[in-house]
Design a protein. Structure first.
Lengths: 189, 134
């Protein structure tokens, strides 16, 4: 049994629903704020995720970082060294999807060459008539970046846990891989 | 080769910031580099070794993997307070083999040694053996 800890960066343009999603997830659906309140710095949410078919768990330290460009310089100082990343866009905004590659570039600058598992999240799936980004397009781009892909609706509580469970499982897999590598070091030495 | 492990000299690991049942912190002081303690994500990470008695220490040797920056603190008390920095160092990356580094403490007297790993070359790091020369 082991409890892992992972620093989960939550990024994406302003108003795509990062805070709504992380609040939904960390409060088990108890908090959805109907009024928009812009995040101007970073907010921290923590939640423990059990890994299926094991006795292991991953405690996620979710860093919900402001999406507005003017806050970026300050926020980046708080990112630290991410363990995993969630990049969010609004399914009803092509522009927010187009920004994702820029968000990924910013993340990579913080990873110091380390492998950082991640997930691309299309939020606001409840607004189906206004959808501008098709699932297949988003999925393809995610795959090209080595990211998992999930669609959520923080408002309708649809699939909100999936992105976080995805990165938790990926980090757990990475830990096990590293443990095997370290165990095998002695055979070589 | 140092023949006696810290554990057989009565030392104990009294705190570790990560714990995987499969790699308990006591592996750090069993004198064996085949067994190890591993961090379980994020930095900083730390562990504290309590020595059997206050001891003058010339050299600390650490066998590890993927540790980047390390600080060593000590105190001369029975409790976990008033630690003083005695060494701050950076290890080189050694892909595929253990890092082995000796750090001079110039005979400083200590009853606890606190090792703080402030960064690593990967998400997780391992410490295989800590030994001291008195």
């Amino acid at each position: 049994m082991v409890k892992l800890r992972a620093r989960c960066l939550l990024l994406g343009d302003a108003a795509v629903g990062k805070s709504a999603l992380s609040q939904m997830f960390s409060s088990d659906g108890a908090h959805f704020h109907k009024n928009y309140s812009m995040t101007t710095g970073v907010e921290l949410h923590t939640k423990c995720v059990n890994i299926p078919e094991t006795t292991d768990s991953v405690e996620l330290y979710i860093i919900d970082s402001a999406g507005k460009e003017i806050f970026l310089e300050f926020c980046e100082k708080m990112w630290g060294q991410p363990s995993v990343v969630c990049v969010l866009f609004d399914l009803t905004s092509q522009q927010s999807f187009d920004s994702c590659s820029q968000w990924m570039d910013r993340v990579r600058a913080h990873c110091r060459g380390m492998q950082v598992p991640g997930v691309l999240v299309g939020n606001k799936s409840d607004l189906s008539e206004r959808r501008e980004v098709q699932t297949t397009v988003a999925q393809e781009w995610a795959q090209s970046q080595g990211l998992d892909y999930q669609e959520t609706s923080a408002k309708e509580m649809e699939n909100c846990e999936a992105p976080f469970h995805s990165v938790a499982r990926a980090f757990h897999a990475l830990y096990q891989e590293r443990r095997e590598t370290i165990r095998n070091l002695h055979v070589l030495a | 080769m140092t023949s006696t492990s810290l554990r057989s000299l009565g030392a104990k690991v009294v705190l570790a910031s990560s714990s995987d049942e499969a790699q308990p912190p006591q592996n750090i002081i069993d004198g064996n580099t085949d067994t190890f303690w591993m961090s379980t994500g994020m930095f900083p990470q730390e562990f504290i070794i309590r020595l059997a008695e206050s001891t003058g220490i010339d050299l600390v040797t650490i066998d590890s993997y993927n540790v980047k920056s390390l600080k060593i603190e000590k105190n001369t008390l029975d409790t976990f307070s008033d630690f003083q920095l005695v060494a701050e160092t950076e290890f080189e990356l050694t892909e595929g083999q253990l890092q082995s580094n000796a750090i001079s403490l110039k005979g400083t007297t200590a009853s606890h040694l606190r090792f703080i790993i402030t960064s690593g070359y990967d998400h997780v790091v391992s410490v295989h053996r800590v030994s001291i020369q008195t």
